[in-house]
Design a protein around this ligand. Structure first.
Ligand code: AR6
Length: 170
């Protein structure tokens, strides 16, 4: 299986013309701030409607941390949004396995959809306070080992600090 091209972009995830954009969501699946808020704002009400359907059917208790689920991308240029929940960073406990899982499960769902191109934000590095350098190491390490068969896996970094952290790790 070919290795995917790993690319870094400084910019806005909601503008990416890819098959799948990954949302750094929360367990409720019903929206929030950060990149999640931006996806729902730009994507329109179809996305939250699809999330409400999931909450009424397959995900009545919400989406556990480290797992992933797909919906329509509504009005975004992408075809699907894959929602995942990264862990909140904790000093007292190593939750990096959950951050690995969020990336791995997102790729698994994207693969099931038949996606060839996937764009990720820097999951857990905003509201969930994961240190950027460590998040970049985990994210890139995971997609390197779990990304076989995709054409391109892109990280879309909002700020200069995030971009530099991922660049250093790549
Ligand atoms: N495009 C790309 N990256 C972005 C964008 C954007 N439009 N907006 C923010 N970022 P966060 P988390 C970056 O907080 O830490 C939400 O309320 C941001 O600078 O969005 O996983 C959810 O509902 C940061 O580097 O996600 C959850 O409750 C990165 O995206 C909670 O936040 C992730 O920041 C999830 O927290």
């Amino acid at each position: 299986m070919p290795k995917p091209k790993l690319t870094l972009v400084r910019g806005d995830l909601t503008e990416q013309d890819v098959d799948v954009v990954v949302n750094a969501a929360n367990s409720s699946l019903l929206g929030g701030g950060g990149v999640d808020g931006a996806i729902h704002r730009r994507g329109g009400p179809e996305i939250v409607a699809a999330c409400r359907d999931l909450r009424a059917t397959s995900h009545v208790d919400g989406l556990p941390t480290g797992q992933a689920v797909a919906t329509t991308a509504g009005r975004l240029p992408a075809r699907w949004v894959v929602h995942t929940v990264g862990p909140v960073h904790a000093k007292s406990e190593d939750r990096s396995g959950l951050l690995v899982s969020a990336h791995r499960e997102s790729l698994r769902v994207a693969r099931e959809l038949g996606a060839r191109t996937v764009a990720f934000p820097a999951i857990s590095t905003g509201v969930y306070r994961w240190p950027l350098a460590d998040a970049a190491r985990i994210a890139l390490g995971t997609v390197r080992t779990e990304g076989e068969g995709f054409e391109e896996i892109r990280f879309v970094l909002f700020g200069d600090d995030a971009y530099r952290a991922f660049e250093a790790e790549l």
